[in-house]
Write a protein that binds this ligand. Structure first.
Ligand code: AQP
Length: 332
């Protein structure tokens, strides 16, 4: 996949549950479209998932399910690298090094740390706190130019840039300073049950989150139950978080502008609109679910794909890792 003229795109996703419509619209759709223009390197960030306690059998299943799901979304292993983070030991090594170049104060400001520690008050572990330096290492190891992510990751991209700039300031030009690549549409898909909160894999309210592998019936049911407001007028506006979110999803999938959507649903109620959004999502996800069903049956093929990618990822990332170790003063 390496082509020297192309820029490098790197991104990763945690296999912490079934991939959501938010993950798909915010990140994975861009991963797919970037494959021709960039040298794309993608990872399943399984090391990140253990910041929250995981059941071992469920975790193994989630990893394979996520791998198959992302192939089903259209990641082509002939064009892009798609590997498993824990299989490439440079990630854990780089995370330790970068921990030592990251300040306690800047980690304390991360909103994801604050949110997740409030959600998992019984397990506020050091890994949850230092998560951004592991993520910075993921990106910097590959000298990435662009990082396609949803809007919730903006702060982690900023800290990655700060860590890289600090390191380069001490040792010369070691890391490329990456830029976030956040889509105009779909960057922040909200929960269908609480549209002030982002849609998350780990949402306990099953109706709040649409999963890539949900059946058409489940998707329709979730959209029909989506929280809206009492106005019954499809338009984008303040205090209309539920409708704004549905319009965002619909616009991202259909490519229609908000003005066009408002025009098309003039005089129609929320019921019609929710049905239209549900149907658009069902049709968008249908081929993905079908392809997933065939990938997940072929574990040998999945293993062949990730083993090959793991090996190449180790080779590429070792170049940066060795450079970093030498600059710091380690004897190699
Ligand atoms: N709701 C969202 N809208 C748009 N983009 C989103 N992303 C996540 N949620 C939304 C983007 O998906 C990519 C992978 O995310 P991740 O799995 O690495 O971490 P996350 O942001 O913590 O995802 P979840 O679904 O909320 O997982 P849990 O519940 O385990 O914490 C990222 O690019 C992210 O921006």
């Amino acid at each position: 996949m390496e082509n020297e003229k192309k820029q490098i795109a790197f991104s990763a996703i945690q296999p912490s549950g079934t991939i959501t419509l938010g993950n798909y619209l915010g990140a994975i759709r861009n991963w797919v479209t970037m494959q021709d223009e960039y040298n794309c390197i993608y990872a399943l960030a399984d090391l990140h998932t253990i910041t929250v306690r995981q059941d071992p059998a469920q975790m193994r299943k989630n990893i394979l399910d996520a791998y198959a799901s992302i192939l089903a979304c259209g990641i082509d292993t002939e064009k892009s690298l798609f590997f498993i983070q824990s299989h490439v030991h440079t990630h854990a090594e780089m995370a330790w090094v970068l921990d030592c170049y990251t300040q306690f104060g800047e980690l304390s400001r991360m909103t994801q740390f604050k949110d997740k520690s409030a959600k998992h008050a019984d397990n506020i572990n050091a890994g949850l706190f230092t998560y951004p330096s592991l993520m910075a290492g993921d990106i910097l190891l590959y000298q990435a130019d662009k990082v396609p992510v949803g809007a919730d990751q903006q702060q982690h991209i900023e800290i990655t840039r700060d860590i890289a700039t600090r390191f380069n300031g001490l040792y010369g030009n070691v890391f490329k300073i990456p830029e976030g690549f956040i889509p105009k549409n779909g960057a922040r898909v909200m929960s269908l049950q609480d549209p002030t909160k982002k849609m998350s894999k780990s949402d306990e309210n099953v109706n709040g989150c649409v999963h890539l592998l949900d059946s058409p019936e489940a998707i329709m049911r979730k959209f029909k139950r989506a929280i809206t407001d009492s106005e019954a007028h499809v338009h984008y506006g303040e205090g209309k978080d539920g409708i704004n979110n549905l319009m965002g999803i619909y616009s991202t999938i259909t490519g229609l502008s908000f003005e066009q959507i408002e025009h098309d649903f003039e005089g129609k109620g929320y019921g019609d609109f929710k049905t239209a959004v549900g149907e658009a999502v069902v049709e968008e996800l249908r081929p993905i679910r079908e392809r997933y069903e065939s990938y997940i049956k072929d574990k040998a093929y999945l293993e062949e794909c990730y083993r090959k990618a793991d090996e190449i990822a180790l080779k590429i990332s070792s170049r940066t890792m060795n450079k970093v170790m030498k600059k710091i003063g380690f004897i190699l």
